[in-house]
Design a protein around this ligand. Structure first.
Ligand code: NAD
Ligand code: TDX
Length: 339
């Protein structure tokens, strides 16, 4: 099998490539990535010389380039991780989110149609369901929960999901969609909550918690997500959506306190800053469908996963110090100064 994995130089895509190389060593992976600010070639250095791996720098919106790659590689399946993925950036500049997340998805699916009805998997998010109230812990997102988005990011992901289902109905493209909750683990870009707090803690810098920090996210270790996608790819029913999540709901403030405790830093570093616009209150996935149909269950307990993740950041300073030394400083200044 040859898989085209888009966005493989980012957080989840790279972890997926590592997982697939070890779970299916005979399969070939072609990673297509534009290398935006969020993509890092250094992340992929352990597979760069692997004969079953190829890296191609390409924008998923570049129709000519994408078609040429499909013609050359004749992939059996495409797994689309490529996206603009940060909610805060989408609030500042929505247009690139529409370009990459919607137009890019359509270009990839057109290539799948034209070059032989190729199997297509869309990596989506629980954010397409909007949010749940804090006072209804009995409510969860199922695959039947209506789409009800809050941010330009989640709206662009929802738009892409609708397009994926339309390509199935209109053209008979063999598609699946997975909608996962918040991931954490190695190679998570330091603009996101967990790595940002770990790195700020290590520098004794303020820990900027939006609002009161009572918002709840349902955290899943990235490798559990990768295993779920592999299962959907191998055994999922065509045209179906699968929710992925591990029933691990945590308040932001508790995550930040836990990071302080693990790193032996004082909670006085915590600084409450202006809340995110349109901030979703609670995400919580009901993973019954993927469990019943495909036998998936999360394997990593949060208490172990977060310790492993913190240990990873401690031992990979070379990876993140390079990232935060460049353009990231401007980003941080714009997003957090005077907040
Ligand atoms: P990320 O921002 O870390 O990585 C995105 C990757 O896509 C980068 O390597 C970037 O260079 C690449 N990319 C961006 N635009 C591109 C383009 N036009 N053409 C080609 N490549 C491009 O994102 P992530 O956190 O790894 O998320 C991957 C996918 O999973 C996204 O689709 C996201 O919506 C989804 N998702 C993420 C989470 C999470 O918690 N991080 C949860 C659920 C779903
Ligand atoms: O500095 C911060 N302070 C803070 O309080 C940051 C960066 C975040 N937060 C809060 C906002 C959220 O409630 O932490 C929570 C998590 O924030 P993010 O890490 O930005 O993730 P989130 O907005 O929940 O979205 C993530 O999960 C779903 C991914 O970035 C998306 O790509 C995915 O679809």
């Amino acid at each position: 099998m040859t898989y085209i994995v888009t966005g493989g130089a980012g957080f989840i895509g790279s972890n997926f490539i590592f997982y697939m190389r070890s779970a299916h060593p005979d399969d070939r992976i072609v990673c297509l990535d534009k290398l935006t600010y969020a993509g890092n070639l250094s992340t992929l250095k352990s597979v760069m010389d692997d004969p079953h791996f190829r890296f191609v720098k390409l924008d998923i919106c570049d129709r000519e380039g994408v078609y040429a790659l499909f013609e050359e590689e004749k992939p059996d399946a495409v797994i689309n991780f490529a996206a603009e993925s940060h909610v805060d950036r989408s609030i500042e500049n929505p247009s690139i989110f529409l370009e990459t997340n919607i137009i890019g998805t359509s270009v990839l699916m057109d290539a799948c149609r034209i070059f032989g009805n190729i199997r297509y998997h869309q990596v989506s998010t629980d954010e397409v369901y909007g949010d749940l109230p804090l006072d209804r812990p009995d409510l969860f997102f199922t695959e039947e929960t209506p789409i009800h988005t809050s941010s330009p990011y989640s709206s662009s992901k929802a738009g892409a999901d609708l397009l994926v289902l339309a390509y199935k109905r209109t053209y008979g493209l063999p598609v699946t969609i997975s909608r996962c909750s918040n991931n954490y683990g190695p190679y998570h870009f330091p603009e996101k909550l967990i790595p940002l707090m770990i790195i700020n803690c290590l520098h004794d810098k303020p820990l900027p918690v939006y609002g009161e920090g009572l918002n709840v996210r349902d955290w899943l270790y990235v490798e559990d997500h990768c295993k779920a996608i592999d299962l959907v790819l191998q055994k999922g029913r065509i045209g179906e959506v699968y929710n992925i999540g591990g029933h691990n709901e945590m308040r932001n403030i508790d995550i930040v306190r836990l990071i302080c405790a693990e790193l032996h830093k004082p909670e006085s570093l915590i600084t409450h800053v202006t809340d995110r616009k349109g901030h979703d209150m609670r995400y919580a996935i009901d993973p019954t469908k993927i469990h019943n149909e495909l036998g998936w269950l999360p394997e990593t307990k949060f208490e172990n996963g977060i310790r492993q993740t913190i240990a990873w950041y401690l031992s990979h300073e070379d990876w993140w110090s390079e990232i935060i030394s460049g353009e990231y400083q401007n980003y941080y200044q714009v997003m957090y100064a005077n907040r």
